[in-house]
Design a protein around this ligand. Structure first.
Ligand code: SF4
Length: 350
């Protein structure tokens, strides 16, 4: 019994491959450019909408290829304007992205996912409770950006100003698709978004930080630090056992020297765990080798996780100590507290 071949997702082909496929059908090269624009610039997710192609070509494309776009599944709306979206992928798995508007600064940030689940098992994270299933395709990452951008325009009349790879998954372990998606997001014949407004957030894989420096896609880098000494960091982020702070600082120093791109430390304050004044002094010690700013983040509690968020007065004292030590620090109140806004919470539901 013969089974029919699984159609190829046309977004897995580069422009040369599309040109080649079309030339085998006797179509001129400019048709490939038109298709490319529909796919990556105009966000078309079905061949029928590619109206400047002849009908016969649209039908042939429809028979030979698919476009595995994301299907919106559920959204949660926070009182503070944050919107969390869950999408279904073509194989039934679910991922999420968040729109975080900061109206008084006219900042509209999309937080996107790069993997279904995550292999890194950070103890405070809802995604870490799911097994890693697969990396997203570049198209599935670009879809999130386009959909959140459309949402931002519709609700706030403003396009996205920032994109952070801080959703589900570890971007440096989905390196190929993440780099390809950044290329499509920033390309003039893609979404034309400035790489300077993209931040890639990593749990800290020294070897891959160096590779990112060498490839230099001109994006900013954030390290999810969350503890300023190895003994503590080992207990909440198992990845620290193979990538201790010294190796990470060396890699970040290299990243800064090669790229001069901005580096941020993300530091979730956990009550009684990493929020003492001594912790602040330890953290300040990690800021001397290269310019870095620190985002102190209020924890968004996750079901089944014992760690608690720091009370506001402790958090403020912690930040004040860092400022006193000359460190550039921002305190970020948790967003979307009334919805499942912590990474992985919504996708993990049901
Ligand atoms: S915090 Fe990030 S790296 Fe850690 S488990 Fe969650 S998604 Fe993975």
């Amino acid at each position: 019994m013969s089974s029919s071949p699984v159609p190829i997702d046309i977004r897995h082909l580069d422009q040369d491959q599309i040109t080649e496929a079309l030339s085998a059908w006797g179509e001129p090269a400019f048709r490939a450019r038109q298709i490319w624009q529909w796919l990556w610039q105009k966000g078309s997710r079905d061949f029928a909408s590619m109206t400047n192609l002849p009908l016969g070509l649209r039908e042939r494309l429809q028979q030979q290829f698919v476009i595995n776009g994301l299907v919106p599944d559920k959204s949660q709306f926070s009182e503070d304007g944050t919107i969390k979206n869950r999408y279904v992928l073509h194989d039934g798995f679910k991922v999420e992205s968040v729109l975080i508007p900061v109206l008084d600064e006219q900042r509209f940030t999309a937080c996107v996912s790069c993997q279904v689940g995550c292999s890194l098992t950070c103890s405070f994270c809802a995604t870490g409770q799911m097994k890693r299933v697969r990396n997203l395709d570049p198209g599935e990452i670009v879809d999130q950006v386009e959909m959140v951008n459309a949402q931002s325009l519709e609700r706030f009349g403003h396009p996205l100003t920032n994109i952070v790879f801080m959703g589900m998954g570890e971007p440096l372990l989905a390196y190929g698709p993440v780099m390809q998606s950044i290329e499509r997001i920033t390309a003039p014949d893609g979404l034309g978004f400035s790489p300077r407004r993209i931040t890639l957030s990593t749990a800290g894989i020294a070897k891959m930080i160096r590779r990112l420096a060498d490839d230099n896609p001109k994006v900013n880098l954030a390290l999810s630090l969350h503890a300023a000494d190895d003994a503590k960091r080992d207990t909440i982020m198992p990845i620290n056992e193979q990538n201790n702070l010294e190796s990470l600082m060396d890699a970040l120093d290299y990243f800064y020297r090669v790229t001069r791109n901005r580096i941020t430390y993300e530091y979730i304050a956990f009550n009684g765990f990493n929020d003492t004044l001594e912790d602040a002094r330890n953290l300040a010690r990690l800021t001397h080798r290269f310019p870095v700013r620190i985002n102190i983040i209020e924890y968004n509690p996750v079901e089944g996780v014992e760690m608690e968020k720091s009370p506001i007065d402790r958090l403020d004292a912690f930040a004040a100590e860092l400022t006193k030590l000359g460190v550039t620090v921002t305190v970020r109140r948790s967003r979307g507290k009334d919805i499942d806004a912590a990474c992985g919470q919504l996708a993990n539901k049901d």
